[in-house]
Design a protein around this ligand. Structure first.
Ligand code: UDP
Length: 349
């Protein structure tokens, strides 16, 4: 007699699943065989990315729940409606400058939504929680590259502070749960690029804050000139150094992390991994690489430093490489080509 398991597939709830990172993670989870429930309030994303996810995966049946994670009743309901094994929490505001101007909005949204996820996960029990953290928690590090043991520094913005606080909230909640909840914190470096299909990618509203969307919009003629913030940093070419990680590589890291959790392979109840390439690239190098690989000009000028920017930060990704078995594989050139293909897709070219 064959015993058919009640539930073979694992179900992952992706909050903020229509956003830039969430949509790419949804694709990779589905391609790895997970059932995914996408939830979003569409405050900073567009339904076209959900359509893109369906096209890429060839799946018409991906549940999409329109909801706000600040609404505890709605969060409880989604946990009651679906057999959720793991939740990946992306639903948060992410603009550094806006967070300085509107701290309460950031603390209210980013903390409340995560508290609600944890509350509902705790009530249900046996749920694995993956939180999308950021290299911003390291501040201006004393030494690079940074490992997971590099001390965190006080955040320079309310946005950064919400990441540090949510890390602590997850750690404390997991500890108090006595094994009922498990957590992984992924600290992302600088996610860039787009899916190679050019069906999903970053959709910044208004003037982009981040470097790569600003580059692609300048190249396509939407912006006149890229300002490079600071060329007097103590680096080789005077511009800041970052660890730019391909969005598909980053998305795959979530599949490794979720699998580690649902298969019970974690070594501690709450684990932390840096998700980066280990390769520092300067702003100027990135602009030059973009021009070269895509054969297009990006008018640029040097401008004063931007408040809050750190000089140099990149990851030591050894732990994620060796412990999770995940590694970034894409070159900066491939990633910048994908970013450009996405911008052209948006422009209808
Ligand atoms: N940057 C820039 N011009 C822009 C946007 C960003 O020179 O229009 C620089 C920024 O100063 C930093 C790097 O690009 O050194 C990456 O910035 P981004 O905002 O993309 O990410 P961050 O590292 O701040 O999270």
């Amino acid at each position: 007699m064959t015993v058919i398991p009640v539930k073979m597939k694992k179900t992952v709830l992706v909050s903020g699943g229509v956003g830039f990172i969430g949509s790419h993670v949804t694709v990779e989870l589905i391609e790895a065989g997970y059932d995914v429930v996408v939830a979003d309030n569409f405050s900073n994303c567009d339904r076209t990315c959900y359509e893109g996810v369906k096209k890429i995966t060839g799946r018409e049946d991906i549940p999409l729940v329109e909801m706000d994670f600040c609404d505890l009743a709605a969060v409880r309901k989604i946990f009651a409606d679906y057999p959720i094994d793991a939740v990946i929490h992306f639903a948060a505001f992410k603009a550094v400058g806006e967070s300085v101007a509107k701290p309460l909005m950031y603390y209210r949204n980013n903390l409340t939504s995560f508290l609600n996820v944890l509350e509902a996960a705790q009530e249900k029990g046996g749920v694995n929680v993956l939180f999308s953290s950021s290299a911003t928690v390291y501040g201006e590090p004393d030494a690079v590259p940074v490992t997971e043991n590099t001390p965190r520094k006080p955040a320079t913005s309310p946005y950064g502070n919400t990441k540090t606080m949510c890390e602590d909230i997850l750690r404390d909640t997991v500890k108090a749960s006595g094994g009922a909840l498990k957590g992984i914190l992924l600290r992302y470096f600088n996610p860039i690029g787009a899916h190679p299909s050019a069906l999903i990618g970053e959709l910044p509203r208004g003037v982009p804050n981040n470097l790569v969307p600003y580059i692609t919009q300048t190249a396509v003629g939407k912006r006149e000139c890229l300002s490079i913030f600071g060329n007097d940093y103590p680096t080789e070419d005077g511009t800041c150094l970052r660890d730019y990680i391909d969005i598909v590589d980053l998305a795959k890291a979530h599949v490794f992390a979720v699998t580690r959790m649902v298969e019970g392979k974690m070594k501690q109840d709450c684990e932390v991994f840096n998700i980066g390439t280990g390769r520092p690239v300067s702003v100027l190098e990135l602009v030059n690489a973009f021009e070269k690989v895509n054969g297009v000009k990006v008018p640029h000028k040097f401008a004063p430093r931007r408040a809050g920017d750190v000089t140099a930060i990149w990851a030591d990704p050894t732990l994620a490489n060796e412990e999770m078995g995940w590694k970034a594989t894409r070159s900066v050139e491939e990633t910048l080509a994908a970013a450009w293909a996405w911008e052209k897709h948006l422009a209808g070219k």
